[in-house]
Design a protein. Structure first.
Length: 163
């Protein structure tokens, strides 16, 4: 059974709260496949997740041109961007299997461009712009091993009250 969660963020503080909840609820070794239009806030969400993991959010920049960034805080985060990737072979040259098999979080922006390269078990997260700083986050746990993640995320969101 596939579970889905929709989180409405009215502003950037809500996005930070959602990122903190994701960081708290997501088990080691999880791949998060981010989707959304240009400017939807994919990198902004990664900054919120990284900040919750003890990484200075100023270190977190879009890896559009370098394709992969690694951040180390309370946990390791591999931040990839498939926007400029031409095809699956080019993505595979980055060696993503090493990231997928690690205990770190692997977060891929524009993941829909390399969907055939992603692990069968992953968190799919779509971001929709609903206002100047408002976003709708739709999270779907893909695969059996992440079955309880949506429930854990719901609980984690409750632990990070709105500001």
């Amino acid at each position: 059974m596939t579970e889905t969660l929709v989180f409405e963020a009215a502003n950037e503080a809500d996005t930070d709260r959602f990122g903190a909840a994701l960081a708290a609820a997501t088990p080691p070794g999880t791949t998060i496949a981010l989707g959304g239009t240009l400017g939807a806030g994919k990198t902004r969400l990664v900054q919120a997740i990284a900040a919750a993991c003890g990484v200075d959010r100023g270190e977190v920049v879009s890896p559009t041109f370098v394709l992969c960034q690694k951040y180390t805080g309370d946990r390791v985060i591999f931040h990839l961007d498939a926007y400029r990737i031409r095809d699956d072979d080019e993505f595979r040259e980055l060696g993503p299997e090493e990231f997928f098999e690690s205990a770190g979080l692997t977060i891929i922006e524009w993941a829909e461009k390399v969907i055939d390269c992603l692990p069968d078990e992953r968190l799919a997260l779509e971001i929709e712009v609903t206002g100047p700083t408002a976003r709708r986050f739709t999270v779907t746990a893909v695969g059996n091993s992440l079955e309880g993640l949506v429930k854990a995320l719901r609980q984690a969101i409750g632990q990070f009250p709105g500001r």
